[in-house]
Design a binder for this molecule. Structure first.
Ligand code: ASP
Ligand code: MG
Length: 408
């Protein structure tokens, strides 16, 4: 098999960890596989570099930031290749550029445009274990170094796996896989053997941090089979693959929560065309990403309330913009609530099971938890609740949907 193995920051945190990774890589190769390794920077290294940048300048330029940040992954790729050589195998470290990863020019969150897997393939054919520095690429024209956004090494790995048509892409981290919910909140949370791309995508965007959201999108698009597993043991991990019939048998696969949002409400805005367009256009222009939006019908045909959620880090700017627009529109006022959390249930089985949302609401009600906002997609139901009930809500929902029980 041709296998891509990606090792995250904690898996390559120091030289002894890098040596452990080298041993696992060599073991995979000696089992008769061809291996391409993709590495992150050592744990904490990217943050350290960002910190240095802000010491050098209050507003470091993004182009130079990318050059700086890409160095973290170069260090680990070289050290990992050396450690593999130390075990008697041929190894070759490559930067993103050398691996042929071409991106657009959006520094610090570039998108991969194409990959020419030639150099990687040639090295593999010559018997090398290739170690690619994750998180980076270059622009086509000027060959400027770019980075792919935080957690971007996952994307590097998936993209390379797609480019060389790998049989499997293993994402090594410090947890055993994807869980039914946060085991810190629910000790009985269970590791999932398998999950669909779509469910993983919802979970990743709901804040489950095992995989970068864009890497899951990419894997889904190119049908790259992923495994999330720990580099600290040999447990099998969680397989992320295309949905199949078995997966639809369970209504809910996981419960997620997010405490990093705030709710803004515009009170009594006029009920006429163009109001929402105006408000959300202003917010979008400030680069604030809106998550949930709820607007009711106006009972008197004149005015209604609009509520929406934004990331906590953007709450100040979003509130300011909303107040400006509200004044202009003649709304009654703006109110911000920051003591909220979003609790979500996710599962492809929701498409075919009825009563899933009702069961969620009923479970929350039974425990005296008031629902402030609701939003749904085909495979997700989210409720905004008072933040102080987050853990309770997660526990009772995990229980209500039988997630602790072994599946057949
Ligand atoms: N080192 C980068 C980060 O910390 C990329 C990665 O680890 O995937 O975000
Ligand atoms: Mg990561």
């Amino acid at each position: 098999m041709l296998i891509v193995q990606k090792y995250g920051g904690t898996s390559v945190a120091d030289v002894s960890r890098i040596k452990a990774v080298a041993e696992r890589v060599v073991r995979t190769a000696e089992d008769g596989n061809k291996v391409i390794v993709v590495v992150s920077a050592m744990a904490g290294e990217t943050d350290k570099l960002i910190n240095l940048a802000y010491q050098a300048s209050p507003r470091p330029s993004e182009r130079e930031m990318d050059l700086l940040l890409s160095s973290g992954e170069r260090v680990t790729s070289a050290l990992t290749a050396m450690a593999i050589e130390g075990l008697g195998h041929k190894a070759m470290a490559l930067t993103g550029r050398q691996a042929g990863i071409i991106t657009d020019t959006v520094h610090t969150k570039a998108r991969i445009e194409k990959i020419s897997g030639e150099r990687v393939r040639k090295a593999i054919d010559e018997g090398y274990i290739v170690v690619v520095a994750g998180f980076q690429g270059i622009t086509e024209g000027d060959a400027d170094v770019t980075t792919l956004g935080r957690g971007g090494s996952d994307l590097s790995a998936v993209a390379i796996a797609a480019a060389v048509n790998a049989d499997l892409c293993e994402i090594y981290t410090d947890v055993d896989g994807v869980y039914t919910t946060d085991p810190n909140v629910v000790p009985g949370a269970r590791k999932l053997d398998r999950i669909s791309y779509e469910e993983m995508l919802e979970l990743a965007s709901l804040g489950v941090k095992v995989l970068q959201t864009r890497s899951v999108e990419f894997a889904k698009k190119y049908n790259v089979p992923l495994v999330v597993r720990s580099s600290f043991n040999y447990k099998p991990g969680t397989l992320v693959v295309k949905e199949d019939e078995d997966m639809e048998k369970v209504a809910v696969s996981g419960v997620a929560y997010d405490k990093n949002q705030v709710k803004i409400t515009v009170m009594a805005v006029p009920d006429r065309p163009g109001i929402a367009a105006k408000l959300f256009d202003a917010i979008a222009k400030a680069n604030v990403v809106v998550d949930m939006i709820v607007q009711n019908v106006s009972s008197d045909g004149k005015a209604t309330d609009i509520s929406f959620t934004v990331p906590r880090t953007d709450s100040k700017s979003a509130k300011q913009i909303t107040e400006d627009v509200a004044k202009e529109l003649g709304a009654r006022g703006v109110n911000l609530r920051d003591d909220i959390a979003k609790v979500s249930i996710v599962g492809v089985g929701m498409r075919t099971h009825s009563g899933v949302a009702a069961k969620m609401f009923e479970t929350l009600a039974r425990h005296g938890i008031n629902i402030i906002m609701i939003s749904t997609s085909e495979i997700k139901v989210s409720c905004v609740i008072d933040v102080k009930y987050t853990e309770l809500a997660v526990r009772v929902l995990h229980d209500a949907f039988g997630l602790a029980e072994e599946r057949v």
